[in-house]
Ligand binder design. Sequence first.
Ligand code: ADP
Ligand code: MG
Length: 286
Amino acid sequence: MEKVINAENISYTYKKGVKAVDNISFHIGKSEVLGFLGPNGAGKSTTLKMLIGFLNSQTGKIDILGKNMAHNTDEIQAEIGVCFEEKNLYEDMSAIENLKFHASLYGIKRPDVNAILKKVDLDKRGKDKVASYSKGMRQRLMVARSLVNKPKILFLDEPTDGLDPVSAKAIRKVIREEKERGASVFLTTHDMLEADKLSDRVAFIDKGKIAAIDTPDNLKHEYGKRTLKIRYQENGQVKEEELSLEAKDIGKRIEEIRSQYKLHDMHTEEATLEDIFIQVTGRGLE
Ligand code: ADP
Ligand code: MG
């Protein structure tokens, strides 16, 4: 498999002595979405900043698109798209002007700004000044801006955090489309549903370390206990029973219930990524 990102033993300690990222290794393949899931302060943004060449890893090495980050920063930065927590849009310029200006920094002469704005459902507001934009619209414009150079890898730092549902949905749609186009995505989030829905693989990050990394399905099978919830009527009352799917006598118990009572409904319940995160790290995502 082609590794578009390969990080080996990377670390970062801030001046005040905070070990934000502690000797972690991982890779991302072509067209792969890696969800970096962890609570506030886990080290997600610091990792992202090292991957994009904004901070230098103090140990190990980072290869992006087959090139070493420390020695080819400019070349790599021309091939990637970044959407950060800090918003640095020009308030007095329209969305179209912001995108055109950003494209000019990449030496792109005629960016298809309308097509890019359409991707985030801002095409009808393209001529309006950013000063008139809501928080969600600004964030959608930040995401649109990260697409102007048709990046091979997208880096998105909590792109939907605190957004209205319409904006969050537009951004999630862009992530799926970019993957379809062949781009890889490094996505940080503390939203377990977002990580579950969008990621090919999820890394659990806690206190600067990767506690687990795998596909959401594998994580659920490895750690989560799956259960069957079965509801039936007994003397006019609804009773509920939970059976482990791993239990040997599950078939026998279902037969017992079926033969004695009126069955209401039954459905399987899977552990959520947050349940598993708690199991692996001993703490939750909030
Ligand atoms: P996350 O993005 O997962 O919330 P961060 O990477 O921002 O986590 O932070 C990881 C740790 O590093 C936290 O303890 C945070 O307080 C600390 N940290 C982040 N930025 C700085 C900074 N500029 N100076 C000092 N400490 C920082
Ligand atoms: Mg962060």
